[in-house]
Design a protein around this ligand. Structure first.
Ligand code: SAH
Length: 225
C-alpha cells in the first residue's frame, strides 16, 4: 500500500487522533470486516478531513454524516463492506467510483494502491474533494459529470463502485466492466436499497447477487455547479 504522508496537522488529535481511527477499525473488525488491507486503509486515511470541521469530532463514529448539498459521507462500515467486496481477487488495478461526494471512499481506494477514477455531479463537492486529495498527496483522476454515463475513455474497469442509489442497474456502467470485474451498487427506491454485486464472467455474461440492505442518497441526473 502506498504510504500516506500525513502532515502533523492532518493526523488529528483527541477525537480525531490515530487512537480514534484505531478504535473505529476494531469496531469494523467486530462487525465482520476481515480484509487487512481494507482495515489498514481505514486506519490510515483521516476521515475527519473529509467532513466539515464542526462535525470532525464525530468522524470516527460508525455513521453517515452530512457534507452539504443534501449529500452524505457514507457510513464507515458500508465503505468497508463495498471495498472488501471488490478485493476478493486482490487489489483491483483500475477502479471507477460514481459519486465522489466527500472523496473518502475514493481516498480509501487510492490508499489501497488502485488507479482510481471518480465522477461527481456537484461541482462544489468535487472541488472540496480534490483539495483533500492534494492535501493527502493522493493521485487520482476525477471528473465533473453525470455518472450515469460512466467514464468510457478509461474503460474497462476491474471494479466499479456506485455510491448513490438508482432504481435499476445502469447498463452503461456494467458495460464498462472488464472480464472478471465487479460492480457494487445500491439499487432500489429511496429510503432502503439492496446492495447488488454484478460480476462479469470471462465469457462476457453477467452474474448478479445481493449483499444485504443499505441506505444511500439517490443517483440524480444532470450536473450542478
Ligand atoms: N462516495 C461518497 C459518498 C457520497 S454520497 C463519499 O465517500 O463521501 C453520493 C454522492 O453521489 C453525492 O455527492 C452525489 O452528489 C453524487 N451523485 C448523485 N448522482 C450522481 C450522478 N448521476 N453522477 C455523479 N455523482 C452523483
Amino acid at each position: 500500500m502506498p504510504r500516506l504522508r500525513l502532515r502533523p496537522e492532518a493526523a488529528g488529535s483527541g477525537m480525531t487522533s490515530q487512537r480514534a481511527r484505531d478504535r473505529l477499525v476494531e469496531r469494523l473488525r467486530g462487525a465482520g470486516i476481515s480484509n487487512e488491507a481494507v482495515l489498514n486503509a481505514m486506519r490510515t486515511v483521516p476521515r475527519h478531513l473529509f467532513i466539515d470541521e464542526a462535525l470532525a469530532s464525530r468522524a470516527y463514529e460508525d455513521t453517515a454524516l452530512p457534507i452539504g448539498h443534501g449529500q452524505t459521507i457514507s457510513q464507515p462500515l458500508v465503505v468497508a463492506r463495498m471495498t472488501e467486496a471488490i478485493l476478493e481477487q486482490g487489489i483491483p488495478k483500475k477502479v471507477l467510483e460514481i459519486g465522489t461526494g466527500s472523496g473518502y471512499q475514493a481516498a480509501i481506494l487510492a490508499a489501497l494502491g488502485s488507479e482510481v477514477f471518480t465522477v461527481e455531479r456537484i461541482g462544489d463537492l468535487l472541488r472540496q474533494a480534490r483539495k483533500r486529495f492534494r492535501l493527502l498527496n493522493l493521485h487520482l483522476r476525477s471528473k465533473h459529470d453525470d455518472g450515469h454515463i460512466g467514464w468510457s475513455e478509461h474503460a474497462p474497469y476491474d471494479a466499479i463502485l456506485v455510491t448513490a442509489a438508482a432504481a435499476t442497474l445502469v447498463d452503461a456502467l456494467t458495460e464498462q466492466l472488464a472480464p472478471g470485474g465487479q460492480l457494487i451498487a445500491p439499487v432500489g427506491a429511496a429510503g432502503m436499497q439492496a446492495l447488488i454485486r454484478v460480476t462479469r464472467r470471462d465469457d462476457g455474461s453477467l452474474n448478479q447477487t445481493a449483499m444485504g440492505s443499505v441506505i444511500f442518497v439517490p443517483l440524480l441526473s444532470g450536473t450542478l455547479d
